[in-house]
Design a protein around this ligand. Sequence first.
Ligand code: FES
Length: 507
Amino acid sequence: MIRDSKTLSIWQDVIPFVNLNESPNENDDFDAIIIGAGITGLTTALSLQERGKKCLILEASNIGYGTTSATTAHLNTVLDTPYNAVIKGFGEDNAQLLAQGTKQAIALIKRNIDHYKINCDFEYKDGFLYAENEEQVKDLDDIYDGLQKVGLDVSPVDTIPVPVPFIKAIQFSGQAQFHPVNYLLALTEAFTEKGGIIKEHALVSKVEDKNGTQEVHTPDAVYKAASVVYATHVPPGISILSFKCAPYRTYLLGVTLNDEHQYPEALAYDCEEPYHYFRTVYLDDKKILLVGGNDHKTGHNENTEHIFTELEAYIRKHYDVRTIDYKWSSQYYESADGLPYIGKYPGGNEHLYVATGYGGNGMIFGTLAGHIIADLIITGESAYADLFAPSRLKLMASFKNMVTENADVAKHFIADRLSVEALEEFADLGKEEGRVVKYQEKQIAIYKDEYGVLKALSPVCPHAGCIVSWNSAEKSWDCPCHGARYDTDGQLLNGPSVKPLKKIDIS
Ligand code: FES
């Protein structure tokens, strides 16, 4: 399975074949076209198809290309945004509705697993959250209060399932874990068996409203539908969501331990900022410890290889590590107020829907989004419509910083013909290194491949003109503004851009 990065996640080792059967016909009228074949897209499409709707999924690359194949697949009712913060920002009733939604999402996943007999290693687990210093204890106490107020089952504990010294900890039940790619592929199979159609390698360049019918443009064809769902993180183009979502990268290591007893039988989290997260994966008879963390805003740290080194040092400090078996990074989007945007596309026509801004809780919100959007399309209503409305206008303090950071945009660049000699003069690069350099007042993104061949690109992101940064671990050019990513040839890896980086001719 190909994904949007150089590194491969633990889930991509064994991939069963999925038959996508028929191709879409341009003359067909679909009830809904869903753009993106991750957990949001597949859950939405299956939910609609189950309820008698005729759906087409258009995927820019392949199924499992994006974040769903790179998550650690913690299924949480305890979210990145603490309930005490949600109570403060949205009120206690809404915080309780949110908690109900998380439980509903886990129940929906379990329902699909039972109904379609999916083998994806689903297990209910307890969760643990622990504080390592007095400042974190204060945060933990507030989180505990919030959890009690929304009615989740939580209690203080004296032990935690990870060998990290702590001062105070809480335990909560009703969490779960699974194999996200096996689940996704089973949803794919269920969807196509019910008559749904998936077209891979169909990048959507635009959606046009023609008298209430949505015309969805791909390189090969234009498809028609009554409704269109963007299940693509931030949708393409510039919209209010471009400014209300911040892209982040997170880092994961899969580790074999010498001590069998050190593998946690639960999900665990610390209170650091960014926090570390832990779970155990069972691969056949072998256990692997997954540890994630060290998150940062996309495009704001070039030496991402070093981040893996830091994460490894952290794990070795606490665990007796035998081997590091997997390492990968992944992208997610933070919303401006801590809750996702799920529902009608803000400022778009009434037939467009969107789901994004899940933070680190993509499996939960992706699943919930699928059912919310299916309800909105079929009945026009959802109990969650107001809480997650993409048109709401709340901002949290941290988000305001992001807007400021992203203000240095739009430095357009006209590509000239440059000589290799000129490039080599000012770009002292090692093999498989990239850098944005300034040459004669122009910025150029240069990469030297494994054979020593230089590739030059315009670093101006075609989405809105920000300058991309080098990502050394994934060998990609990442945009710091809205998270678009490109490979070393400038080809698109992640939206919201729909165009490649412009090549600079090297004579
Ligand atoms: Fe928006 Fe690059 S992703 S400017």
